[in-house]
Design a protein around this ligand. Structure first.
Ligand code: BES
Ligand code: MN
Ligand code: ZN
Length: 489
């Protein structure tokens, strides 16, 4: 893992800070607040010189380095228009600051918040941005001498608790990004299981792992079917955190942990097939959230479930036409072995429905290419059975600036996944409503009275966004913050 780890709280006077640089915010009106006047004084009027040179615009995400007398460095971060500041403004600013420090090899900096901003959530977002923006996936480079990360950030003007919360949330996202970014030969189902055990041990959770023999005997025919084509041991992972009152119903998070998706016998085209190492990003969401739970120890009950395997072809692999029996007894006609995510989730959702009486179930999966066609890399597609839950999810998404868009699960779509020879088939109508077909299929495996929502993160789990606190072309860890917000942590 390479990201900023040390975020220090300081209740003292920022003017006495000792870091290599000081980061300070400026609005688009470029007015020198008392705080900025202070920085200007320390810099020997460096700031007013830069302003008269029209170097600083104050735009959101903009970061300019101003060097004052004796080489003192100020990092000016733009905040846009004074009355339009949101938490996302601060997250973006934080990300830009860290990226600038890495680029300029600035080892430590102090961060001061504008005095007029007192909102805890905006403060938290700034911390999240600082950490997330510092993330780099470089653990597999052995000869890169340019490796650099920030050693520490000292924060002035934010409560200690808020700093810790923002930091812990962002560290959880970074852990998920690491797991997501690791290729299929490293991030195997066993690797995910080891990580689950480690998090569980540190967080007082009960972690149970079923291997191939066990889950096959238990009746998880769908996971067993997908896993048939690989010798890499598949796993069914359960993490239980009982931090709340005994009587409180648990919330269940299910994540697709497909560590490499070749498509199986219905093999994928070779171009971009490497990206299918990201097909376990749903499990990344679950492990990221559980890591945050471990760090923050909230008083809630929460269960994480990860069905995990590769999807490969070969003489042992499952075939198009095969009929599999899922854990809830329903039969599935496999018409395309590349629609494997919904199969492994079928067993996980059935297991969750049977063994717990949850308040709700959420599942996360890089389920369909079709969601990228519908929403691009901008939003996660969501669909579910409970209006209240969906509404809460939309509110959480607005809070954390991780966009979601709801698709309908009308009966017409449920009809499209009915099979002629089995209960359901794993594809919908050809070339139509592909993401909804995925959701419609999953619905058969959730008990009707359990509120449930499916998140199709195929477009958002790895990056195409030009955003300071994500890295283009690598895992984003999106919707982890959303879930944490939804859980009310
Ligand atoms: N993992 C893929 C979905 C995917 C594709 C995610 C591209 C991100 C980028 C999933 O297992 C899959 O292959 N889905 C098929 C379903 C189809 C065969 C019904 C798809 O989307 O083509
Ligand atoms: Mn597939
Ligand atoms: Zn897949």
């Amino acid at each position: 893992m390479s990201n900023l780890l040390k975020i220090l709280y300081n209740s003292g006077d920022w003017q006495k800070h000792t870091a290599d640089a000081i980061a300070v915010g400026i609005y688009k009106d470029l007015k020198l607040s008392r705080q900025l006047q202070g920085v200007n004084r320390i810099l020997g009027r460096g700031l007013s010189n830069a302003l008269s040179g029209n170097i600083i615009k104050g735009d959101i995400g903009e970061v300019k380095i101003v060097v004052g007398k004796k080489g003192l460095i100020a990092i000016l971060y733009g905040l846009g228009e004074r009355n339009k500041v949101t938490s996302e403004t601060f997250r973006i600013a934080g990300g830009s600051i860290s990226k600038t420090c890495i680029k300029n090899k600035i080892k430590s900096f102090s961060f001061i918040t504008p005095i007029d901003i007192k909102d805890n959530y905006m403060h938290q977002a700034a911390i999240e941005g600082l950490v997330l923006g510092s993330y780099q996936f470089n653990e597999l480079k052995t000869t890169d001498t340019n490796n650099f990360n920030i050693k520490s950030a000292t924060i002035y003007g934010i409560r200690k608790k808020v700093i810790e919360k923002g930091n812990k949330i962002a560290q959880g996202v970074c852990l998920a990004r690491d797991l997501d970014n690791r290729p299929g030969n490293i991030a195997t189902p066993s690797h995910l299981a080891e990580n689950a055990k480690k998090i569980g041990k540190e967080g007082g959770m009960k972690v149970t792992i079923f291997d191939r023999d066990k889950f096959t005997k238990m009746g998880m025919g769908a996971l067993a079917g997908v896993a048939a084509g690989t010798d890499v041991p598949p796993k069914f992972i359960i993490m239980e955190y009982w931090g709340g009152p005994k009587k409180q119903k648990p919330k269940i998070l299910v994540g697709k942990g497909l560590t490499f998706d070749s498509g199986g016998i219905s093999i994928k085209p070779s171009s971009k097939m490497d990206e299918m190492k990201y097909d376990m990003c749903g499990s990344g969401v679950v492990l990221g959230v559980m890591k945050i739970i471990q760090a923050l120890k909230p008083k809630i009950n929460i269960i994480g479930i990860i069905p995990s395997t590769e999807n490969m072809s070969g003489d042992k692999a499952y075939r198009p036409g095969d009929v599999l029996t899922a854990y809830n007894g329903k039969t599935i006609e496999v018409l395309n072995t590349d629609a494997e995510g919904r199969l492994i989730l079928a067993d996980a959702l059935s297991y969750a429905s049977k063994h717990y009486s949850p308040e709700y179930i959420l599942d996360f999966a890089t389920l369909t290419g079709a969601v990228v066609v519908a929403l691009g890399h901008v939003a996660t597609g969501i669909m579910g059975t409970n209006k209240k839950l969906i509404k809460k999810i939309k509110t959480a998404a607005e809070n954390t600036d991780e966009k979601v868009w709801e698709f309908p699960l009308w009966d017409e779509y449920l009809d499209q996944v009915k099979s002629n020879i089995a209960d359901v088939k794993n594809v919908g109508a050809p070339m139509q409503a592909g993401s909804i077909a995925g959701g419609a299929f999953l619905k058969s495996f959730v008990k009707d009275d359990i509120p449930w929502c499916h998140f199709d993160i195929a477009g958002t789990a790895w990056g195409d966004k030009n955003i300071s606190y994500q890295n283009k072309g690598t895992a984003t860890g999106e919707v982890i913050r959303l879930v944490v917000n939804l859980l009310g942590i």
